[in-house]
Write a protein that binds this ligand. Structure first.
Ligand SMILES: O=C(O)c1ccc2cccc(-c3cccc4ccccc34)c2n1
Length: 349
């Protein structure tokens, strides 16, 4: 009797689902009736921008659904639907990254030139990121039609897109390119930027997708999940800011440039909160300047303010609070939250 292949959730099997979704999108009548150069362009927009990240957000949906069901692995019928929603999160991220790279004037993304930096692309990328967003709702229609959670998933992706765009609005108006008004760099504003720009789509969205597929409808369950996951997302980004300055470039795979880039990071906001007037003058003179001497002055100031210890204290406090909130909540199996927390806590990259 032929051995039924059981599904194992790996990057490879997740990538198999990307190929299914891409073929479905290419089969769309509008795309099919395009002249070949336009068909090829659309396919390249997808292949260049959607896969290529770590795929953790997209792959998390399957794990959440399995954890809620208390199953080691999902039934065949659930696998494609869970991974299709997971890919919608990767499409959403691709949409934001193509757009953000234009707004930020970035050069490279995921180790290759940003899409808009391609000779043939330029501002056509503005139309391409719109197409990337539209794919999300094509995929949802294809894989969620008939599911009781179809409307909830539709609302979820619209809501998270709205929240993420507000996070980008806040980031762009707080830290505009060039010299910044450091008085805007407060921890409160920083926390709002991180919550709306990163935490909602990176942490709340994968879990909420898994909850919808598991048939959870209780609004309180979503509120509890949101509360815990936004805290986890803020912790993840603060860690990211810390690693940008104190991480090992070999391990992280890139050299941090937040200081040169004027980034509104947890480090600079915390430094400003504790800096004397004289130290604030040093920050004004050297933050956002790309010459190594300026970067050295800022890092020296970070040492004096003992930001590493402040981060470690925040990290310990954050982990303790999150662990307690996860233990106390009864909305979902703890594994839903602990599997994510264990992946990000004390990470080095
Ligand atoms: O850019 C990425 O995806 C990335 C980069 C670095 C990381 C370091 C540790 C853990 C994750 C990670 C693992 C699993 C699920 C996740 C969900 C949301 C965010 C991060 C997740 C991670 N993710």
């Amino acid at each position: 009797k032929r051995q039924r292949s059981t599904y194992t959730h790996t990057r490879e099997s997740f990538m198999d689902v990307y190929n299914i979704l891409r073929e479905e999108l290419m089969k769309d009548p509008v795309v099919q009736s395009h002249p070949s150069h336009a068909k090829e362009w659309f396919q390249e927009v997808l292949d260049y921008n959607v896969p290529g990240g770590k795929l953790n957000r997209g792959m998390a949906v399957y794990d959440v659904l399995a954890a809620i069901k208390g199953a080691e692995a999902l039934a065949e019928a659930d696998v494609l639907q869970a991974n299709a929603l997971g890919w919608c999160i990767e499409w959403l991220q691709a949409f934001f990254l193509v757009a953000d790279d234009i707004m930020d004037g970035s050069i490279t993304r995921r180790g290759q030139p940003c899409w808009y930096k391609q000779e043939k692309v330029g501002m056509i990328a503005c139309n391409d990121y719109i197409l990337l967003e539209c794919c999300i709702f094509k995929i949802i229609k294809q894989h969620m039609a008939g599911h009781p959670g179809y409307l909830k998933v539709m609302e979820l992706f619209h809501e998270v897109t709205y929240q993420t765009a507000h996070g980008q609005l806040l980031d762009l108006t707080t830290a505009p390119q060039g010299r910044v008004d450091l008085s805007k760099y407060t921890l409160d504003t920083y926390m709002r930027i991180v919550t709306y720009k990163t935490a909602y789509y990176s942490f709340y969205l994968p879990v909420a997708c898994g909850m919808v597929l598991a048939g959870i409808t209780d609004p309180q369950a979503y509120a509890t999940a949101e509360d815990i996951l936004l805290d986890m997302g803020r912790y993840f980004q603060i860690q990211d800011d810390y690693l940008d300055c104190y991480g090992d470039p070999e391990v992280i795979g890139k050299i941090g440039t937040d200081i040169e880039d004027n980034k509104c990071s947890w480090l600079i906001c915390t430094a400003l909160q504790h800096a004397s007037q004289e130290q604030q003058d040093i920050i004004k003179a050297h933050y956002g300047a790309s010459d190594p001497a300026s970067v050295a002055h800022i890092k020296e100031l970070y040492e004096k303010l003992d930001l590493e210890a402040k981060f470690k204290a925040y990290e310990a406090q954050s982990y303790a609070t999150l662990s307690q909130r996860i233990a106390e909540q009864t909305a979902m199996p703890r594994l839903v939250f602990t599997s994510l927390l264990d992946k990000i806590y004390k990470r080095c990259k």
